[in-house]
Design a protein. Structure first.
Length: 315
């Protein structure tokens, strides 16, 4: 059931203690939407905790409130907000026996919630949060605006992704007027751990496979390589987008072995090539968007590639 922002605000009003959670390996949109709501609910006098069990990437450490994110939370809350997680499998918090509200711009799959706004017409979950605050006439101060702009900036790939609508840019304008520092955000989120990253990328790039017939390019990074260079899947972010730039490519896949036998896959597709990579990701037990999707699997890299090729042939 789609719920109105006004009804959701009533649920917030009647709660005293609120928990905010999102997906593992959080990105700018997950962190930005959780922190923006935390600031907003605290202004309403609610005790609000943000839960995140994953390591927070260094380049989001500039976000206001980031040090208040918790790994240990209380046993009980009155209300849970699940944000930007796409699929119940990815929601970090266990769903307690209390009302749940979901804000998400991923396709509707199995997101929890007596009340939810799950709408792919929004660029990001941060844009949904903005709309929620706006319709309820809740204050958007500089801190909140900074969190929201970070999520919009990263989820629109710096306003280059086709999800960047005129409405999105209007919201961006509003957030700038409220003091969100766009240049600072752009600077921080594009910072990379160059040393580790350049080594793991060069190893990945030396091991590229291209299927010209299908316009498909992929690389596999073994656990041994990851371990030797002390790299994590975070160090590989951006690589799948780079692979897409190879001539003749429609979509790319970066497969990394996070732990022995356990693969993490990250797909990217080019907007104008009519490929929906969430279709492949779903078949492999994951999910995501048309141009950006991911999965985790215990299949081998050969089996993964075979699955994708079979899906293309049978389509
Ligand atoms: Mn998002």
């Amino acid at each position: 059931m789609e719920s109105s922002f006004l009804d959701i605000k009533k649920a917030v009003d009647s709660a005293q203690k609120i928990l905010l959670a999102s997906h593992d390996q959080p990105d700018g949109d997950a962190l930005g939407s959780m922190l923006a709501l935390k600031f907003s609910f605290e202004k309403l006098g609610k005790k609000t905790d943000v839960y995140c069990n994953s390591t927070i990437p260094e380049n989001y450490r500039f976000l206001p409130g980031i040090d208040q994110i918790k790994k240990n939370i209380d046993p009980k809350y009155d209300l849970l907000f699940g944000l930007d997680y796409g699929d119940m499998k990815r929601l970090e918090a266990e769903v307690p026996d209390v009302p749940v509200i979901t804000f998400d711009h991923h396709p509707l799959i199995n997101q929890a919630g007596q009340m939810k706004v799950v709408d792919t017409n929004f660029s990001s979950t941060c844009e949904i949060v903005y709309q929620f605050l706006k319709e309820n006439e809740l204050e958007i101060d500089k801190e909140i605006a900074t969190c929201l702009l970070t999520g919009i900036f990263t989820d629109t790939w710096s306003f280059r992704h086709p999800n960047t609508t005129a409405k999105t840019l209007k919201v961006v304008g509003e957030l700038l007027l409220r003091g969100a520092p766009l240049r600072k955000i752009a600077g921080f989120v594009s910072q990379q751990k160059i040393d580790i990253k350049s080594k793991i990328w060069s190893r990945a790039l030396a091991n590229i496979h291209q299927n010209r017939k299908f316009g498909f390019i992929f690389c596999f990074i073994s656990f041994q390589d990851m371990q030797e260079l002390e790299a994590t899947t975070n160090d590989l972010s951006g690589l799948a987008s780079l692979l897409c730039m190879a001539p003749g490519t429609k979509f790319s896949l970066v497969l990394s072995e996070e732990s022995p036998g356990k693969l993490d896959g990250s797909f990217r597709a080019l907007p104008d090539k009519e490929i929906d990579v969430s279709y492949f990701a779903k078949a492999l037990g994951g999910g995501g968007h048309k141009l950006s999707a991911g999965f985790k699997t215990e299949k081998t890299s050969k089996e993964v590639i075979k699955t994708i090729e079979q899906l293309i042939v049978s389509d």
